[in-house]
Design a protein around this ligand. Structure first.
Ligand code: NAG
Ligand code: NAG
Ligand code: NAG
Length: 381
């Protein structure tokens, strides 16, 4: 009982804090968190002796930097306590399988529900990005990754990918306060105070571990909250300022790919908000936007044998196709060609998985390489 009271007081006292990823959870196909939660590198639980916000927040540029309109190329991605792939006692790594959906949860601390406290901030409360890599570096810099690594892994030095990008405000989360936003959300998204979140409802970013994440290894996630102040609004910052927070974390990849992406529409409605994915974010992972595993009859396998040059022509029977990312192949040679109005990435090799960035049907691709023609068909739905 005493512990509970202390914890609740603590949540109130921390209302000016900034944010970090407090907990990671695997999401079952029905949208419910499952298994043992995981934590960031070097995590400091809120209940730990000596905890304060500064044990977990990592502000870029740092308070000590005079010119806050610039982020220097030497600025590190990870807080000094999160440089190494090590966990603290009581805060284990998340265990997950390739292809699993994972929820990253963070507190909004008033940045969502009391937006007038910080003039000049973006209406979406900033943007949160998750980057993934199997090859993290001690001393990784923010600018080598953020805004550089892209969805198909061709950005920068190519060591990693962008896995997720969304608004900091997930549309539900709130801290308890008497502002109109918090009060409206308390009504719409009721939550019984519990030991973990107190009375607040944490924010969430749902991401999918790549199907290609190798089992038995660590997979690293970099969470980046980009929350700039725009110029000419706050008189204190006439030129605006940069403000970024990060959390660095690793996942123990175990077992085999569960191919959970094939299970769509299994989200259970009206389940407790305390341990459930955000439906819109989760559906993005499971529907058209998700990885589609091709069946063997729809791969461009005839091309593999040739593998002697880049695709010279490509025809798509679907005019509306815009971008197709081929993310899993038996060969790595890729080339991008334009066909009709569509740009499609063609992989010279057997395509075993792809995803569409836009919601379209890919009905049939015909690829011609050095006069050898092959057809990759199948629908994405
Ligand atoms: C979802 O599935 C998990 C794991 O199978 C189960 O523990 C949980 O109770 C289910 N959730 C709901 C709301 O049915
Ligand atoms: C801050 O750095 C930016 C970019 O280098 C520069 O344009 C600006 O003049 C600097 N501001 C001050 C106050 O030094
Ligand atoms: C909260 O109040 C502000 C300012 O009056 C208003 O613009 C906004 O629409 C309100 N939001 C909600 C959720 O009531």
């Amino acid at each position: 009982m005493l512990l509970q009271t202390t914890a609740v007081l603590f949540f109130i006292a921390s209302s000016n804090a900034h944010s970090w990823v407090e907990q990671l959870s695997v999401i079952a196909p029905n949208g419910t968190f499952t298994g043992t939660p995981g934590y960031a590198r070097g995590n400091y639980l809120r209940t730990a002796v000596g905890f304060s916000d500064t044990t977990m927040t990592y502000l870029i540029p740092p308070n000590t930097q005079a010119n806050t309109t610039v982020i220097y190329p030497t600025t590190k991605m990870c807080k000094d306590t999160q440089q190494d792939q090590t966990q603290t006692s009581g805060s284990p790594r998340l265990e997950a399988s390739a292809g699993d959906a994972i929820a990253l949860r963070y507190q909004e601390n008033g940045h969502v529900t009391l937006p007038w406290n910080q003039p000049g901030k973006p209406p979406n409360r900033g943007t949160v990005y998750v980057y993934g890599t199997t090859e993290p570096k001690v001393g990784e810099t923010l600018l080598d990754v953020h805004g550089v690594w892209n969805w198909d892994g061709t950005g920068g030095d190519g060591r990693g990918v962008l896995l997720s990008e969304q608004s900091f405000d997930d549309g539900r989360c709130y801290q308890i306060n008497t502002g109109n936003i918090s009060e409206a959300r308390q009504e719409k998204y009721p939550h019984q105070a519990n030991q973990l979140m107190g009375a607040d409802l944490w924010c969430q970013q749902d991401v999918q571990l790549p199907n290609t994440a190798p089992s038995g290894k660590l997979y690293t996630l970099y969470w980046v909250w980009d929350w700039p102040t725009l110029p000419d609004i706050d008189p204190t910052y006439p030129d605006g300022k940069k403000e970024v927070y990060t959390t660095c974390m690793d996942i123990d990849v175990v077992g085999k790919s569960t191919s959970r992406v094939q299970e769509t529409d299994s989200y259970v409605e009206d389940q407790s908000l305390d341990s459930a994915a955000i439906p819109s974010e989760f559906n993005d992972l499971t529907n058209e936007d998700a990885v589609t595993v091709a069946d063997s009859s729809s791969t461009a396998s005839a091309v593999v044998n040739e593998n002697t040059g880049s695709a010279s022509t490509l025809k798509s029977t679907t005019q509306t196709a815009q971008t197709t990312q081929i993310i899993q192949t038996t060969q790595s040679t890729q080339s991008t060609v334009s066909a009709n109005a569509a740009t499609v990435t063609v992989t010279v090799g057997a395509v075993t998985a792809w995803r569409t960035v836009t919601k379209v049907e890919i009905q049939k691709h015909t690829v011609t390489i050095n006069s050898c023609q092959s057809t990759a068909g199948g629908s994405v739905d």
